[in-house]
Design a protein around this ligand. Structure first.
Ligand code: AMP
Length: 145
């Protein structure tokens, strides 16, 4: 999908936000939902999505929504670091399929990095074990302040 086009409310993250699809959630408030990525590029890879905006990407999102989302990205990233003690953390976001975006509902990736572990590819590969994701989500959620 190009950068231009309509928001499709049948996208998977919209369904997760509405409770129509399951997700391993770790944080939720009025504005955002954070949950584990089911095809993680590293242990603890999670996503923060807007619950209120119909923006497909960062270029479309309302600035006030973006500020709220990014404040919660910081909160969740701090919790990821506190819970999992990585050497680094990637905060990333894709705009348009040519840039690697596969789900067209605004979201931000939080990917912990360990210096001695290679990062897996984006949005492909093996689906994570859901029980392991639940444990990670609990560990991260326990560190959210
Ligand atoms: P992007 O390619 O930036 O749009 O990111 C979409 C991300 O969502 C990828 O990292 C996928 O692994 C992830 N993903 C796809 N379906 C689900 C799902 N049902 N629950 C959690 N993560 C998902």
């Amino acid at each position: 999908m190009s950068l231009d086009g309509p928001y499709n409310d049948q996208n998977i993250f919209a369904k997760i936000v509405r409770g129509e699809m399951p997700a391993v959630k770790l944080y939720e408030d009025r504005d955002v939902l954070a949950f584990m990525d089911v095809f993680p590029q590293a242990r603890g890879h999670c996503l923060v999505v807007s619950k209120t905006s119909k923006a497909r990407n960062l270029l479309e999102v309302e600035p006030d929504v973006l500020c709220t989302v990014m404040a919660d990205v910081q909160r969740v990233a701090r919790a990821v670091v506190a819970a999992l003690n990585p050497d680094g953390v990637i905060i990333t976001q894709f705009n348009g399929s040519a840039a690697g975006q596969t789900v067209f509902h605004l979201h931000v990736h939080i990917i912990p990095r360990w210096a001695d572990q290679p990062m897996k590819g984006h949005s492909h590969g093996k689906m994570a074990d859901l029980d392991e994701l639940k444990v990670l989500a609990e560990q991260i959620a326990a560190q959210i302040t």
